[in-house]
Design a protein around this ligand. Structure first.
Ligand SMILES: Cc1cc2nc3c(=O)[nH]c(=O)nc-3n(C[C@H](O)[C@H](O)[C@H](O)COP(=O)(O)O)c2cc1C
Length: 262
């Protein structure tokens, strides 16, 4: 049994190679009991600011796992900042004792920092990393991905910088341009239901948004833009092995009552 969260497909690509019994956290967050029993239980998700996305943290805080082997894999694009150690600490705080914590370096989908065209061209030997992890998990290996003082310092520097930013800094981070054709893809890939249709156009509500960027990367018209400078405002990313339908299946919160039909 493997729980995953994904915005642009990297974490789902990893999850698909580790277990056939996969559950999207964006859907499981609505489970009533959240009690899960399996021989092995894993979690795969991206890191945001070196840490586990809020939605994943909320799920892990509420869930109860009965297993002899709990593992967590964090996908990242550039600098993990000691993510494995931070996540391990978080899990222990929730009473979960992971046997295995590892990270996978993949394309970085953070638009202010990276040009997606460049990310798509860079070979980060993803399949080699995943094959190693698959073998480890198959053999129930116990392991914590090593974290250095430089990683810890990088995270501290990030926290210090973030603390100086005004709380409402992200309330206007996205804007929807005239290019929007009202296709509704953003409403379906958003795991937090932050988009709705207003007439023929999409509208974004920042309440609950965790800035996972699923919407901005999925928009077929590049009509969702950031209000802070992007490296390449025309370039967007989705893991090449994952379809837009798989991201919709993972994150869609509307069930049958889709706000728009495609
Ligand atoms: C808001 C945000 C913050 C991120 N922070 C980091 C980070 O601190 N370090 C890093 O290396 N990658 C960071 N990334 C990149 C993602 O972790 C990486 O691209 C991940 O593989 C995306 O997974 P997904 O395709 O499953 O959503 C960030 C991405 C976003 C959207």
């Amino acid at each position: 049994m493997l729980f995953y969260f994904t915005a642009t497909g990297n974490s789902l690509y990893v999850a698909k190679q580790l277990d056939d019994d996969r559950i999207s956290i964006a859907q499981a967050i609505h489970d009533k009991g959240k009690k899960y029993t399996a021989d092995k239980i894993g979690v795969v998700c991206p890191i945001f600011g070196h840490e586990v996305p809020e939605l994943v943290r909320e799920f892990l805080r509420e869930a109860e796992f009965e297993t002899d082997y709990f593992y967590m894999i964090l996908t990242y694009g550039n600098r993990h900042g000691g993510a494995a150690e931070l996540a391990q600490r978080m899990l222990e705080g929730f009473g979960i004792h992971p046997a295995y914590m590892n990270v996978v370096l993949m394309a970085d989908n953070f638009l202010p920092g990276f040009d997606m065209e460049e990310q798509k061209r860079t070979d980060k030997k993803v399949d080699v990393q995943i094959a190693r992890i698959r073998e480890d998990i198959g053999g129930r290996v116990t392991f914590l991905s090593p974290v250095t003082d430089t990683d810890r310092a990088a995270h501290q520097e990030f926290l210090d910088r973030s603390a100086k930013m005004p709380k409402e800094a992200f309330n206007h981070i996205y804007r929807i341009t005239e290019e929007c054709i009202g296709c509704g893809i953003c409403t379906k890939v958003c795991p937090k239901k932050c988009f709705r249709m207003e007439g023929q156009k999409s509208a974004w509500d920042p309440a609950g948004c965790m800035m996972c960027m699923a919407c901005i990367h999925a928009c077929p018209m590049t009509a969702i833009q950031m209000r802070i400078p992007e490296r390449n405002p025309k370039a967007r990313y989705r893991n090449e092995n994952i379809s837009i339908c798989e991201i919709v299946d993972a994150n869609n919160q509307w069930g049958e009552e889709l706000p728009v039909s495609l």
